[in-house]
Design a protein around this ligand. Structure first.
Ligand SMILES: [Zn+2]
Length: 69
């Protein structure tokens, strides 16, 4: 298991964090991510790395309350 999938598994147990990521990182009219703002460079084209990560987390079975591993 890579660090990324481990992180995705953890975030999968935090649905509010996951929802916020998916709500924030959406494409703007120019096709760039509106959640990845920077003072010094253009935001990345959407889907950005965080969107890909949130999708991975959403597809990853995480810890759920009442279902201890
Ligand atoms: Zn983004």
């Amino acid at each position: 298991m890579t660090d990324l999938t481990e992180a995705a598994r953890i975030v999968a147990g935090w649905p509010r964090v996951l929802t916020r990521l998916l709500d924030t990182h959406v494409p703007g009219p120019d096709g760039r991510c509106r959640g990845c703002t920077s003072q010094v460079s253009l935001p990345p084209r959407w889907p950005c790395a965080l969107t890909e990560f949130a999708r991975l987390a959403a597809a990853t079975p995480g810890h759920r309350p009442g279902h201890p591993s």
